[in-house]
Design a binder for this molecule. Structure first.
Ligand code: PFF
Length: 448
């Protein structure tokens, strides 16, 4: 079994793992789900889940990956030979496959917006025009499917190049630029007239809107944002040498994700209220609000182009990780098979995503359990498969790896204190499984 390629630098790994984490989850999904789930209370529950469940689980996935130095399925096989635990890896591959199929559809929307922003600009339009424009754009079957294909091909092109060359090179420049641009939008958004109403919608919890569903959504969102439950972070950290500090990496990635989530909320909600839009707009929210904010900025057209380009990049770095997960499991890191596998898997994912791409147009009336294909897949992946994967990983690690070995691996390259390790252990072994199971039960009970 060939060993994984290794990252050329510590920064490369952190940026790539952060690149996987930061993407549509924090920037597009969190604001729209918060918008439909009551705002501040949802965000607070999401933060609690991210810190107490997400962060420890991220460290768990890192530890499994670096300890075994192999992609996920092989990693589970090595740690629990002769048992079915490697199905966690298979579940992760299936989840990545489904997730990327609709993720890429939204990637396609960004491609369309980038193209439009380059050719048409923003001038002279307000919120209602942008709302209509979004509807028009994504309801065209040719555009929606075509853009989804373009996005998928971009993803395939990077993954076929291999881990270091492909992923690392891009991440170093683009992520910091995204932060800077986001700050500019936040400043514009919170200084719009009537913006404070949006700030308090996002930051002041109102628990009257919290239902079983909202709690499960917040849980799903926490795993989605950190790319957890899919074993992608197992695969990524298998490319890592033993000298990096896993706890530090986990803390910085979680911190960055939370930071960008706050920026996204502060960019979107003040503007939503200022322009008299609906926070519960759903998936189109970002695509209606942002152009409107940019049209209020001097040189807004140029900033909008830059923002769309960076958002496309952030989305691509997450998409790479999803395709990488599928490709690494198919090729078992055999470089000779990588290129072919990237194309075959990528194109299959594209086909799988076509009904999602049509969910806002030709197939908007095709409903599964009352949801469009797009929303149904998102629900299945985010709120069932990711929490299930996370639950299995949280049960697996303390059960199948000796406590001392876990501590030893986490200590490599770091100076993690035993107390911190013990807190991690309790959070992963007891708190996480109980919280996930309760969230599922609570959702089922409160739904009846
Ligand atoms: N974390 C990514 C985002 O927030 O956009 C999405 C994602 C990537 C989820 C990879 C899960 C995953 F395994």
């Amino acid at each position: 079994m060939p060993k994984s390629d290794q990252w050329t630098s510590k920064l490369g790994f952190i940026l790539a793992a952060a690149g996987s984490a930061i993407g549509l989850g924090a920037i597009w999904k969190l604001p729209y789900v918060a918008g439909t789930s009551g705002g501040g209370a949802f965000f607070l529950i999401f933060l609690i889940f991210t810190i107490f469940l997400g962060l420890p689980l991220l460290l768990t996935e890192f530890t499994i990956g670096r300890k075994t130095q192999h992609e996920a399925i092989t990693a589970y096989r090595m740690l629990a030979p002769g048992t079915p635990w490697y199905w966690i890896g298979r579940l992760g591959v299936a989840t990545s496959f489904l997730l990327l199929s609709f993720y890429s559809v939204v990637g396609g929307w960004i491609v369309i917006y980038l193209y439009r922003s380059l050719t048409e600009g923003l001038a002279g339009r307000g919120a209602p025009e942008f709302e209509a424009l979004f509807g028009e754009t994504i309801s065209s079957p040719l555009l929606a499917v075509g853009a989804h294909l373009v996005f998928m091909i971009m993803t395939i092109l990077v993954v076929q190049g291999g881990v270091q060359k492909g992923i690392e090179r891009f991440s170093k420049i683009m992520m910091p630029a995204l932060f800077v641009l986001f700050l500019i939008i936040v400043i514009r958004s919170v200084t719009l007239p009537g913006a404070m109403e949006g700030v308090s919608f996002f930051l002041m919890p109102d628990f009257s809107s919290v239902t079983g569903e909202v709690i499960l959504y917040a849980l799903g969102q926490a795993f989605f944002s950190l790319s957890l439950g899919v074993s992608i972070m197992v695969t990524y950290s298998s490319y890592l040498k033993s000298t990096e500090s896993l706890p530090k990496s986990a803390v910085s990635i979680t911190g960055l994700t939370i930071f960008i989530s706050i920026l996204a909320g502060l960019a979107i909600f003040p503007a939503v209220f200022s322009f008299g839009l609906e926070p519960a707009e759903g998936p189109p929210l970002l695509f209606i609000v942002l152009p409107t904010v940019f049209s209020e900025l001097p040189l807004g057209g140029l900033f909008f182009i830059a923002f769309m380009a960076l958002l496309l990049f952030a989305t691509l770095t997450s998409a790479f990780s999803l395709l990488e997960m599928v490709v690494a499991s198919v090729t078992k890191n055999d470089p000779a098979k990588r290129k072919k596998a990237a194309w075959i898997c990528g194109l299959l994912i594209f086909v799988m995503g076509i009904p999602s791409a049509l969910s806002y147009g030709a197939m908007e009336n095709v409903l599964i359990f009352g949801n469009t294909v797009f929303d149904g897949l998102d629900f299945l992946v985010s709120n069932v498969m990711l929490p299930l994967g996370a639950l299995l990983i949280a049960v697996f690690a303390p059960l199948k790896i000796k406590k001392d070995e876990l501590y030893e691996e986490m200590q490599r390259g770091s100076t993690m204190r035993r107390t911190i390790f013990n807190i991690w252990f309790v959070l992963v072994k007891y708190v996480t499984p109980v919280a996930i199971v309760l969230a599922f039960i609570n959702m089922l009970v409160s739904d009846v």
